[in-house]
Design a protein around this ligand. Structure first.
Ligand code: AP5
Length: 221
């Protein structure tokens, strides 16, 4: 299964990728996590992307395409993958099409999680992330007074520096301008599954499962 999880910042891509990993036994390739790991390690790539990320802007296409080209060649991605956060521009989508064609592979589906601006802002201002396993949690300001540790590995949870209201607003604008055109791009390829991302986490998960199963049945005919 070769999948793209697609949606605005806070749409629930990371949240849903966890269950897809366990269901389909394929890796999630989350470009934001890859870039944050480079930053934490202080690599030249981390230094290069820092400013773009802190401003809520997109990292240049050629940098991202190079990362994905290398990642898709890793052994664990040979039986399938979940792309979370890539592609984010039409140029990235075209480069991905070319990469997959060269590898003799194709996308099975693009899962678009549709969420209103107001809900995105509420979710991101109350999001807490684990620096070790990248799991995300939602806590109200009252709950955040007694912030628990990550239940999976006991790491201290943190709030991302790009989750401030000003940067979140910019990230959503960037999504609408540069990434939303991919809705038409993948609709034209009949790959898009347009899902109401405002349902509960479990309902979104069930809808994704239903739609992927339906695609598999059609493909098997
Ligand atoms: P990245 O890390 O990819 O951030 P993003 O796309 O902005 O997405 P998020 O991780 O913020 O949100 P999400 O959709 O995963 O939501 P989540 O599941 O956490 O990118 C960061 C930066 O890196 C970019 O700004 C850019 O600079 C750079 N970058 C990365 N890829 C790039 C590329 N390809 N090209 C150029 N630049 C690139 O959920 C959010 C919250 O909501 C959580 O608290 C969660 O618990 C909660 N939640 C989730 N689902 C539900 C639900 N159904 N109901 C209620 N709450 C929910």
């Amino acid at each position: 299964m070769n999948l793209i999880l697609f949606g605005a910042p806070g749409a629930g891509k990371g949240t849903q990728s966890g269950f897809l990993i366990n269901t389909y036994h394929i890796p999630a390739i989350a470009t934001g996590d890859i870039l944050r790991a480079q930053r934490r390690a202080g690599t030249p790539l981390g230094e290069k992307v820092k400013g773009y990320m802190d401003r809520g802007e997109l990292v240049p296409d050629e940098v991202m395409i190079d990362i994905i080209r290398q990642r898709l060649q890793q052994p664990d991605a040979q039986n399938g993958f979940i792309l979370d956060g890539f592609p984010r521009t039409v140029a990235q989508a075209q480069a991905l099409d070319e990469m997959l064609a060269r590898l003799g592979r194709q996308l099975d589906a693009v899962i678009y999680l549709r969420v209103s601006r107001q809900v995105l802002i509420e979710r991101l201002s109350n999001r807490y992330t684990c620096p070790t396993c990248n799991s995300v949690y939602h806590f109200t300001p009252e709950q955040a007074h007694n912030l628990p540790r990550c239940p999976k590995d006991s790491s201290e949870l943190y709030q991302r520096t790009d989750d401030t209201s000003e940067i979140v607003a910019r990230r959503i604008d960037v999504f609408l301008k540069h990434t939303a055109p991919l809705i038409d791009y993948y609709s034209a390829q009949a790959k898009l599954e347009n899902i109401d991302g405002q349902m509960s986490v479990e309902e979104v998960r069930a809808d994704i499962t239903r739609r992927l199963a339906a695609r598999k049945r059609v493909g098997a005919r």
